[in-house]
Ligand binder design. Structure first.
Ligand code: PHE
Length: 460
């Protein structure tokens, strides 16, 4: 079996530690902030169905492929791809896949951190009782005040980047493993509390219908691409985050079981978030397609009206910040691991370099909600008419770079890597489940990604 190579960065203490870390990476703003608002913008049920299908048919097999490559290479994604390509007799250009991943992680973190900053500021807003008794209008204007103030956004973004880089500098294992172990279960509990609130005081049926009753007239080819892109985004796939975490996975852990466990937890959190938010949206006559501000404009209404709402609200946003935190470190880990391996930097120095660059890039997102909110670079293309710089950055990374990265990971694992190597590394024998996986990553996944791409391109 696997494990002849060792990672210079250390290893997870157990299989469970990997599951927690990978879940920590997967569960984040994508589930709680992004999933509800893009489901709302793309018509609900049909979108959710496509997303779930993509998780099952594309997401889980690619996650297995990504962990497989990571554990076999045991280095940063760039060096893993270089080593494996040489070993499997493939072109040396496969290392570019590692580079593309580093770039995607850098771009995603640059805006992710700004949104995490919103969540941090909401810890104090909810905690202070600011929302008590407010109507939807009041809650909305508080949100608008925040995002129209670049200095405040910048301050929170800076704080979040510093927090991220501190953890990365200390190494993935110390601190983080422990924090995730404690926080994930609490996050589940509070999501249940919110769903309970929505059940009692929201338009629950309407919310459920919106999420689960597919109306295929409501989804476009672009919506299908967004659903697929989100499957990659929410599972942290296609840019090396899961690959680098896989490189710290002990050799005897089952890749299939861990991947399925992580995907199930991730999907559950997203659906719970949807069930908590949409009933409140409908009960208060809000717009499901309100955009990136959706959770910040809906959940505070609930917190403003429930008993101990200030407490629950604060707790919720604290957990959201932690969920974002444990995702953000995985976005930058591939870059930091590479700087340590190839540039001879210490982890601390590498973290400062990578963190500073990402922070600077984040200014684009900060400004795109206020001073530059009218800058629409692709306004000549109908689909992108209203896209701000932030929207474009998100679209480019989540809907193009991640699926493309995932496609190439699938091609490498199923076409370039020898059958013997993947059988050996997955460790489940050359039997039914292995064959199913190989069939999915060899044929279904690449073809599905290409079809969705072609459909979306035809819109332009
Ligand atoms: N999966 C994370 C989330 O849902 C975001 C992420 C994407 C993290 C890609 C790592 C890599 O919030």
């Amino acid at each position: 079996m696997a494990g002849e190579r060792e990672s210079i960065h250390g290893q997870w203490s157990s299989r469970l530690a990997f599951i927690l870390a990978a879940t920590g990476s997967a569960v984040g703003l994508g589930n709680i902030w992004k999933f509800p608002y893009i489901a709302g913008e793309n018509g609900g049920g049909a979108f959710v169905l496509v997303y779930l299908l993509c998780i099952a048919v594309i997401g889980i097999p690619i996650m297995m492929a990504e962990v497989l490559l990571g554990r076999r290479g045991r280095q940063s994604p760039i060096n893993t791809m270089r080593t494996l390509a040489a070993e499997e007799g493939a072109s040396k250009y496969w290392r570019l896949l590692g580079w593309a991943g580093v770039l995607a992680g850098f771009l995603i973190l640059s805006y992710y951190s700004v949104i995490a900053g919103w969540a941090m500021s909401y810890v104090f807003r909810t905690g202070s009782g600011l929302f008590t008794g407010l109507t939807a209008d009041g809650v909305q204007s508080i949100f608008n005040n925040l995002i129209s103030d670049p200095e405040r956004l910048l301050a929170w973004h800076t704080l979040f980047m510093v927090m991220t880089m501190i953890i990365v500098a200390r190494g993935v294992r110390s601190g983080l493993e422990k924090a995730v172990k404690l926080l994930m279960p609490i996050l589940f509990v509070i999501l249940f509390v919110l769903v309970g609130y929505a059940w009692n005081s929201g338009a629950f049926d309407e919310g459920v219908k919106f999420l689960f009753q597919p109306d295929f007239g409501a989804i476009t080819a672009n919506g299908v691409l967004i659903a697929m892109g989100h499957a990659f985004f929410t599972l942290s796939l296609g840019m090396g985050a899961i690959m680098v975490y896989g490189s710290y996975l002990p050799g005897d852990a089952s890749i299939a079981k861990t991947s399925i466990a992580v995907s199930l937890m991730d999907t559950t959190v997203a659906l719970l978030a949807g069930l908590a938010i949409f009933p409140i949206v409908f009960a208060n006559g809000l717009e499901p397609g309100a955009g990136p501000g959706l959770i910040f404009q809906t959940l505070p209404i609930a917190f403003g009206h429930m008993q101990y709402g200030a407490f629950f609200g604060m707790l919720f946003f604290v957990l959201l910040v932690f969920a974002a935190w444990s995702s953000s470190i995985s976005l930058i880990e591939p870059a930091v691991a590479w700087l340590v391996e190839n540039k001879g930097m210490t982890r601390v120095y590498a973290s400062i370099v990578a963190g500073f660059a990402t922070w600077a890039m984040g200014l684009l997102t900060v400004l795109s909600f206020n001073l530059w909110s009218d800058v629409k670079l692709l306004s000549m293309i109908e689909v992108f008419e209203d896209y701000t710089l932030f929207d474009l950055l998100d679209y480019l990374t989540a809907n193009i770079m991640l699926p493309l990265g995932g496609l190439l990971i699938a091609v490498f694992a199923a076409w370039k890597m020898s059958r013997a190597s993947s059988v050996d590394e997955l460790g489940m024998g050359d039997r039914f489940f292995y064959r199913l996986w190989r069939f999915l990553v060899r044929y279904i996944t690449p073809v599905a990604v290409i079809i969705v791409f072609l459909n979306a391109i035809s819109l332009i």
